[in-house]
Design a binder for this molecule. Sequence first.
Ligand SMILES: Cc1cc2nc3c(=O)[nH]c(=O)nc-3n(C[C@H](O)[C@H](O)[C@H](O)COP(=O)(O)O)c2cc1C
Length: 373
Amino acid sequence: MQTDLCKKLGIEYPIFAFTHCRDVVAAVTNAGGIGVLGATGFNAEQLEVELNWIDERVGGKPYGVDVIIPTKYVGKGEQDPDKALAMAKAAIPQEHRDFVANICDENGVPNLPVDKPFEDRISMTDATSTPLVDVALQHDNCKLIANALGTPPVHVIKQVQDSGRMIGALCGKAKHAQYHIDAGLDFIIAMGGEGGGHCGDVSSIILWPEVVKLAGDIPVIAAGGVGSGQQMAAALALGCEGVWCGSIWLTVAEAATSDPSKKSMFDAGSSDTVRSRSFTGKHVRMLRNNWTDAWDDANNPDPLGAPMQGMLTSQATARMREYPSKSQGISFSPVGQIVGTMNETIGARDLVMELVTGYLDSTERLTSLLPES
Ligand SMILES: Cc1cc2nc3c(=O)[nH]c(=O)nc-3n(C[C@H](O)[C@H](O)[C@H](O)COP(=O)(O)O)c2cc1C
């Protein structure tokens, strides 16, 4: 199972764990895979705290950091965060603000207390993400940077590669993989439409080999729907150099996911997710609920683009955070179709070992099918 990519990164298993939770990053890295911290929800100071915490626990083992710098969004190219915020704010019609407030009201999520007014903030832009890359590169154990929603800007690619680290990006279709190849990225994460979070509509079993063929010597990591060692064996059989999983770490013991959210994932089947633009303005696979249904209704406003829809979402999230027990009907739960097999909480290390054992079972099974010589 030691692929070339494992050797380059100095990891035992080609298991990449995307997570927003530092405990999961440390646990997976310590178990022989590699944890990748989704940094988008943090500002630079917060990320510094998270990475220091991880550094103290991984004993020099590698981890990665993931950012989101989309290729297209309103305000693209603006490097000043205040100006980027002002441009996005100006592009949000009052009708949409009112609609979000109505969804919250109708679903019983109270208004924010008057002493805690809502303040718009943006994420997922050049202005907010490039400082996160600067912070990540200050940490020796951070060995890879990944970007979602497009090829990272040229200066970021150069900055990461000049520092001796690897930089890669996710793609949901072959055309996007070609942009990554042309830009000289070190690896590509091919993410099938069954995966949680931002995704395209091409399924993993079609996309992975398509991207492997295009990428030639550039390693391709398989994402989207991997929750078992058997699926991992399928990804490696199709030419991928590793698997990149996101959903399955949401319900491990170390995850910061709340108990009600874990329960909603345990209760969900593989057909209970939708690809919806209602979260960020770009398609995100998440659990279907009253929020996604409201935005899907043809009588209601269409979701805005990025980053405005994400700002609308945070208008609702601010209320939901204040009243979590009243928010279950509309709370955001990005997760992939693999949710149907996520039925219990186990530790992250045990989950890594389950993946490894399942992979070995698969390869043994395939070998047993060969004719005896
Ligand atoms: C809750 C959640 C949040 C995610 N956020 C990001 C993100 O910020 N950046 C990113 O590159 N991918 C993000 N993803 C996608 C993952 O990186 C990964 O590609 C995906 O989860 C793989 O499919 P799977 O969910 O079937 O494992 C997210 C996925 C989930 C489930």
